[in-house]
Design a protein around this ligand. Sequence first.
Ligand code: UDP
Ligand code: MN
Length: 249
Amino acid sequence: HLPVIYVVTPTYARPHQRAELTRLSQTLLLIPSLHWILVEDSAERSKSVADLLAQSGLHYTHLNVQTPPVMKLKDSDPNWLKPRGVEQRNEALRWLKLNKSPKDFGVVYFADDDNTYSVRIFQEMRYTQKVSVWPVGLVGGLRYEGPRVEKGHVIGFHTAWKPHRPFPIDMAGFAVSLSLLLSHPEARFDPNAERGFLESSLLGQLVSIGDLEPRAHNCTKVWVWHTRTEKPKLKQEEILEKQGRGSDL
Ligand code: UDP
Ligand code: MN
């Protein structure tokens, strides 16, 4: 049996949500033994997302939890002002704790809905003892950020932004074994973590740098990218809506 890859994705309603989830779900379809935990940032699970999941052909769990209004990013806020997807990732951790046991061999990967994933990165993470790591493209103001490896061990990081972060690793740059998470049942992302420290807030509860398992040819390959989607321009839509003839699909 292959260990199961549990992919945890926070997601929220916006005009391009279906496009993001379609692209990601069809990447995930290429991966065997995978379970998608999709967590909506909303008070209720939406029909739109439920339908997409039902038709996806994937094994999945559909969860929801709303980010508390005080923590929620406003449309006018710069996107870095508040952490995003934190409550949703923590909800998935709670679900795993309640529904999985140490005999369920697997690995947990936090995959945002707008990144770009090579199938190769999933092959790299499947066998993870504690925490496996690899470079992430287009993040931290660099072409990539990633662990620096010597003799098969992580000895530091290629990073420029806040290099004093305990684990200067993007969310897309690591995976955690299910057994390690289950043996730390209270481990969570800290919603109050300083900007850039969210990943460290979880990893610091689980491992030290010497435990990290380098993947992707000793962290020399970029097989995941922190791409971001341009906000769609819907000015004409607003005008039509006022006339009562907005697009109805
Ligand atoms: N997200 C969310 N609620 C929000 C904003 C974002 O659940 O209010 C999700 C989003 O869908 C994504 C993850 O959290 O899967 C990270 O958000 P985003 O991609 O905007 O962050 P960035 O790429 O800027 O780090
Ligand atoms: Mn993103």
